[in-house]
Design a protein around this ligand. Structure first.
Ligand SMILES: *Cc1c(COP(=O)(O)O)cnc(C)c1O
Length: 234
């Protein structure tokens, strides 16, 4: 299912191989491959490791730590320039990092509680940077994971839109690692329908084909594109 970068394989080849597999998964789900966006998750990777993927034309990336993104992406955006990069925050966010998150990212995918929703909106107003956001759903209701509960999702999305004034585009989720993902993906898809939100961000290296079959419109791929991460790093 996954196509990790082979030794000697170029970034362009790795991207092509992965795109082919995404197309196959989309076709077998009777979906248009263009309806699935590919986010390359570049957390823990160095600027030198990421740059070839930018030079190969990829423009959508995800990082899970604000500090790390802040140290890497100004340089990487210059490498991409004049082409724009779309950088997504996919890790948990503390309110004291809201300022840096709004300055550094183009999409925030991990809005999951009123306090962070308000902090982000205040920073977007202060910096005049109105960013699209996703609400993160803790779809397996795991105590260690961020996200609002499935039962609270509709109320929280409405709160973000009406009370806070955020531009909520969709839902993001990470299903429990040791359970079959399909029912979890299906639940997030249903919740997004109920909230009338178009974006469904779910599916990683090990389960993206399943995610595509369950309605993912954005998959977040790290190791299947870049190769295995250094296990010493988070
Ligand atoms: C690391 C990460 C990914 C990508 O994981 P892979 O298994 O390497 O594809 C996707 N989403 C989130 C939230 C992550 O933290």
């Amino acid at each position: 299912m996954s196509a990790p970068v082979q030794a000697g394989q170029s970034a362009a080849e790795a991207l092509r191989a992965l795109r082919r597999q995404i197309e196959t998964a989309a076709r077998s789900a009777e979906r248009d491959p263009k309806s699935v966006e590919l986010m390359a998750v570049s957390k823990t990777l160095s600027i030198d490791a990421i740059a070839p993927f930018i030079k190969a034309g990829h423009d959508r990336f995800g990082e899970n730590r604000v500090q790390e993104a802040k140290s890497k992406w100004p340089t990487l955006r210059q490498i991409a320039s004049p082409a724009p990069i779309r950088l997504h925050l996919i890790g948990p966010l503390q309110t004291n990092k809201a300022r840096d998150a709004v300055a550094c990212f183009d999409v925030i995918e991990t809005v999951d509680r009123p306090k962070i929703a308000r902090a982000l909106k205040a920073q977007m107003d202060a910096q005049n940077r109105p960013l699209p956001v996703l609400v993160q759903v803790n779809v397996g209701e795991e105590p260690q994971k961020a996200g609002c509960t499935p039962a609270d999702t509709e109320t929280f999305v409405a709160f973000c839109q009406r009370e806070v004034g955020l531009d909520v585009r969709g839902l993001m989720a990470i299903p429990p690692f040791h359970e079959p993902p399909a029912p979890h993906f299906a639940l997030v898809d249903t919740l997004a329908d109920r909230c009338a939100l178009p974006v469904r961000s779910f599916g990683m290296s090990h389960d993206y084909a399943c995610a595509i079959s369950q309605g993912a419109t954005r998959i977040r791929i790290g190791s299947a594109l870049f190769g295995p991460r250094d296990p010493a790093k988070p």
